[in-house]
Design a protein around this ligand. Structure first.
Ligand SMILES: Cc1ncc(COP(=O)(O)O)c(C=O)c1O
Length: 284
């Protein structure tokens, strides 16, 4: 329900508001499967600068069209985000444009944190928050806000089981690359990102809820089920990445039972439903 249809616009706007004059005249270049792309395109437009967005061939056409409609230049490069990212970095090096790292830029994380600031300020009784994770920039924002104003709240990350780079990086204490084998475009991230991981890991072994409390890995079909439940019971249209948080909560309930107690928030992070997602929703 944010402009551009996902929470990611908060990161792009925050980054755009912090550009200096040189960066504004050089313009921005980044890579994304869609929602970060729209966020940077939107932020660049507000800041009056140019944006070039490198998108992989697997990016949903609805998101490619939206980025173009926001006035950004789209370059389609490579089958996955890894190739698109390499090309975006090359463009930045050869053109002087400012490369925006989709996961590691502190301004992006700070912008995403505003969603959790609003959530926890308006709902101080929350005990747990389920957050979908691709790069982890949104979940890192959630942890930063929690640490500052609501240290008792547990943040639980949710990732697609076929694209578990953030999970593996979190448990293994080092950033790793993994296959990104998921239908869920917002979660199709193939590597861990150091800056959000440093927040998500927290300082384990010390008292208090620092970093992520837990991680759930969910199959794509469970994410489809959650999107269907949101559509039919909450009248809320969620793309796969946006429904993953509910899929994570349901997975935990199926495993541990309903009796966890407490007040739980599931963050529905985006509603940019692809044609394939529409078809799967309608075919149930
Ligand atoms: C709708 C949606 N939710 C969640 C995510 C994952 O966010 P992050 O990359 O900050 O972990 C994305 C990433 O693109 C997204 O588009």
């Amino acid at each position: 329900m944010n402009p551009t249809g996902s929470f990611k616009v908060r990161g792009g706007l925050t980054l755009a508001s912090r550009l200096d004059a040189d960066e504004r005249s050089a313009g921005l270049v980044t890579c994304s499967t869609g929602n970060h792309a729209q966020s940077i395109a939107f932020g660049a437009r507000v800041a009056g600068t140019r944006a070039v967005i490198v998108m992989p061939a697997c990016a949903p056409s609805v998101k490619v069209d939206a980025v173009r409609a926001l006035g950004a230049d789209v370059v389609i490069e490579g089958p996955t985000l890894a190739e698109a990212s390499a090309h975006a970095r090359h463009l930045a090096e050869t053109s002087g444009m400012r490369f925006v790292n989709p996961g590691n830029d502190p301004a992006i994380i700070h912008g995403h944190a505003t969603a959790y600031l609003e959530l926890l300020q308006s709902n101080p009784g929350i005990d747990e928050i389920y957050v979908p994770i691709g790069s982890g920039s949104g979940a890192a924002g959630a942890c930063l806000v929690r640490d500052a104003i609501a240290p008792h709240v547990r943040i639980i990350g949710v990732q697609a089981v076929g694209a578990s780079a953030a999970y593996e990086s979190w448990v293994g204490e080092a950033e790793v690359s993994r296959e990104a084998n998921t239908r869920v475009s917002g979660l199709a991230t193939g590597c861990g990102f150091a800056t959000p991981q440093s927040v998500l890991r927290g300082s384990r072994g010390t008292a208090g809820n620092v970093g992520l409390a837990a991680f759930e890995l969910v199959p794509d079909d469970a994410i489809d089920d959650a999107a269907h439940l949101l559509a039919t019971h909450a009248h809320l249209l969620a793309e796969g990445a946006g429904a993953a948080s509910l899929a994570g909560l349901r997975a935990r309930q199926e495993r541990d039972g309903e009796a966890q107690g407490g007040s739980v928030a599931v963050v529905v992070t985006g509603g940019n439903v692809s044609t394939d997602e529409w078809k799967r929703l309608a075919s149930r």
